[in-house]
Ligand binder design. Structure first.
Ligand SMILES: NC(=O)c1ccc[n+]([C@@H]2O[C@H](COP(=O)([O-])OP(=O)(O)OC[C@H]3O[C@@H](n4cnc5c(N)ncnc54)[C@H](OP(=O)(O)O)[C@@H]3O)[C@@H](O)[C@H]2O)c1
Length: 252
């Protein structure tokens, strides 16, 4: 089931959270894995702990993505799986959206994702699988997330067109929309521990299954989409959110 033996995979933002858990799962399923990230220290310690290959590439800097492509050619030749996962969450209410926050969030979550795919296209094998890590925020009106939500909605729109255009190469392109998932992404917002605790409680109250996802639960879905078991799945989106996107007015 979800066998990845003989497949070569690149995971952006693989030193932490969902990317890290997916790298672990891909390797367990037999894939040869390269993880990327923007910090040399974090990438090398994560790569070492997983026994996978590390590559430093900030997706906001297109020349660093070019360097990543060179490294892929040197060390892997071509690849079968591209997990476009790198992303940030920078909440801000409407009225306090700065240009810097807009550029950074759209630059990493949307532009960074698109140019990762654009530049890695030449090293993708026929029949490859691209998985774009989006969010259920693409469909919610959650306060403070206007720009984050827009960056993910844009990625989902891109995913549909990419699936059509890349079908002649038998390349499948799908999007995964997680709900709240227990990763370091929330601590990186600069919220205090008290604020984070209150935020988590408020979110969980509205999730029918009453908890956050674990990163390895997202990794299991991504592994399915990466595998030949999903050979007829393309242009699709998968919510993995404990039922949050049902929009229950009362969550029970
Ligand atoms: N956690 C959730 O609740 C949740 C829900 C829905 C969707 N998502 C999405 O899931 C993806 C993974 O997030 P996560 O929750 O696993 O968070 P995370 O633990 O913070 O991991 C994000 C990864 O992306 C990397 N990254 C950030 N900016 C980058 C850049 N410019 N270039 C290259 N790598 C970069 C991070 O590197 P650093 O360690 O250097 O920051 C880290 O390795 C994101 O796209 C996020 O939007 C998360």
């Amino acid at each position: 089931m979800n066998d990845l033996k003989g497949k070569k995979a690149v995971i952006t933002g693989g030193n932490s959270g969902i990317g890290f858990a997916t790298a672990k799962k891909f390797a367990e399923l037999g894939a040869q894995v390269m993880i990327t990230g923007r910090s040399a220290d974090k990438v090398s310690s994560a790569a070492e702990s997983l026994s996978v290959t590390g590559a430093v590439a900030d997706v906001q800097d297109l020349s660093q993505i070019d360097n990543l492509v060179d490294q892929i050619k040197r060390e892997f030749g071509t690849i079968d799986i591209l997990f476009v996962n790198a992303g940030i969450f920078a909440p801000a209410p409407i009225g306090q959206i700065s240009e810097e926050m807009f550029d950074q969030q759209m630059g990493i979550n949307f532009k960074g994702a698109i140019f990762t795919i654009e530049k890695l296209l030449p090293v993708l094998n026929e029949g490859a699988s691209i998985i774009n890590l989006s969010s259920i925020n693409a469909y919610t009106g959650m306060p403070m997330t206007a720009v984050y939500a827009a960056s993910k909605a844009a990625l989902n729109a891109y995913t549909r067109t990419a699936a059509t255009e890349l079908a002649p190469r038998k390349i499948r392109v799908n999007a995964v929309n997680p709900g709240p998932t227990e990763t370091p992404i929330f601590e990186k917002t600069g919220m205090s521990q008290d604020e984070l605790g209150g935020f988590a409680q408020a979110l969980q109250a509205n999730i029918p299954l009453k908890r956050f996802a674990q990163p390895d639960e997202i990794a299991s879905l991504v592994s399915y989409l990466a595998s030949d078991d999903a050979a007829f799945v393309t242009g699709a989106e998968f919510n993995i959110d404990g039922g949050a996107n049902i929009n229950p007015i009362l969550a029970g």
